[in-house]
Design a protein around this ligand. Structure first.
Ligand code: BG6
Length: 301
């Protein structure tokens, strides 16, 4: 079992990385030449990433609660080994268990360019094995620099194929969602979860003025969140993901959820790099699958 003391003894790096306690959970705090970031060991949940001199890029709810076994509202929840409700077991947690169980740190180093690399591995337990009885290893690698890179790798260590759904369910911070446009999904077919799962096709950029919960398909290329008030674009590049989820609960659902903060729904949008719905991934024995993203910020003149 990793403790703050042994994590700091083994992995802390001056001017890069230290481990702290927050509400009973362990959080890796990164502060390097490019950015600050924090990652909770429960869920390997990246909570914040703020490039130096900029507004936060990743949104963490001001009302987020850190508690054992509970998913944190905001940041980058890791959804695995299924996305959304479990296909057959209604009692299994939505978006899988990876975001609420303990992970361990397996590596950290300072990079030559001033960035910081960290790697985490999910710690299997009897409870996780009861929901996912397949031998495999899940590793999240994170590079905190002037881009944020995340690589979620699933290694099938067994002798039979496995089929997973997964997602980096990222909450991006925006000035005011009503002023924002999401580019990169034009022409993509999607399932509209707030219209009884109707199948539709995107025309032009996505603008959001009400609850949105959509799974877009055939979306291998970049998405860009254009935020004129903050004069920036957030670029989302990805590999190993053929679907994209766009989600915002809007006011009524946000109020019921209780952990989005007052008007928090206007400051966030989830643009999730996923393997969702029919877009699942089959991994042959001894093979691996990587879901990789790179988030970067571009100035908008
Ligand atoms: C999105 C789903 O990915 O996550 C939504 O498409 C869901 O249907 C949302 O409401 C938030 O999920 P959770 O479990 O974090 O509240």
């Amino acid at each position: 079992m990793q403790t703050i003391e042994n994590l700091n003894a083994r992995y802390a790096i001056a001017h890069h990385l230290s481990f702290k306690e927050s509400d009973g959970l362990i959080v890796a705090e990164i502060d390097n030449a490019h950015a600050t970031a924090s990652i909770c060991l429960q869920g390997a949940h990246l909570m914040t990433w703020t490039p130096k001199g900029q507004q936060p890029v990743i949104w963490l709810s001001p009302a987020a609660k850190l508690a054992p076994g509970k998913s944190i509202r905001g940041g980058v929840p890791v959804c695995w080994p299924w996305f959304g409700p479990h296909p057959t077991q209604a009692s299994f947690p939505g978006h899988g268990f990876a975001r609420t169980v303990m992970w361990e740190v397996i590596g950290a180093k300072a990079l030559k360019d001033g960035g910081t690399w960290l790697a985490f591995r999910l710690v299997p337990t009897d409870a996780t094995r009861a929901q996912w009885p397949h031998p495999c290893e899940l590793v999240l690698q994170v590079v905190v620099g002037n881009t944020l890179d995340m690589d979620l790798g699933t290694l099938n260590t067994g002798s039979e194929s496995i089929t997973i759904g997964d997602a980096l369910h990222t909450y991006f911070e925006v000035s005011d969602l009503r002023e924002v446009a999401i580019h990169g999904l034009d022409g993509a077919p999607y399932i509209d979860k707030v219209d009884n799962g109707a199948q539709k096709q995107q025309a032009g950029p996505v603008s959001i003025y009400q609850e949105v919960d959509r799974i877009y398909f055939n979306t291998g290329h970049d998405c860009v969140i254009e935020d004129p008030a903050w004069k920036r674009r957030i670029r989302i590049a990805k590999l190993g993901s053929r679907s994209t989820v766009v989600w915002n609960p809007w006011i009524e659902k946000a109020n019921k959820m209780g952990d989005l903060g007052e008007n928090g729904y206007l400051n966030m949008v989830c643009v999730e790099s996923t393997n969702a719905a029919d877009d699942v991934v089959t991994i042959a024995p001894q093979q691996e699958h990587h879901l990789w993203v790179r988030y970067s910020v571009e100035a908008l003149s």
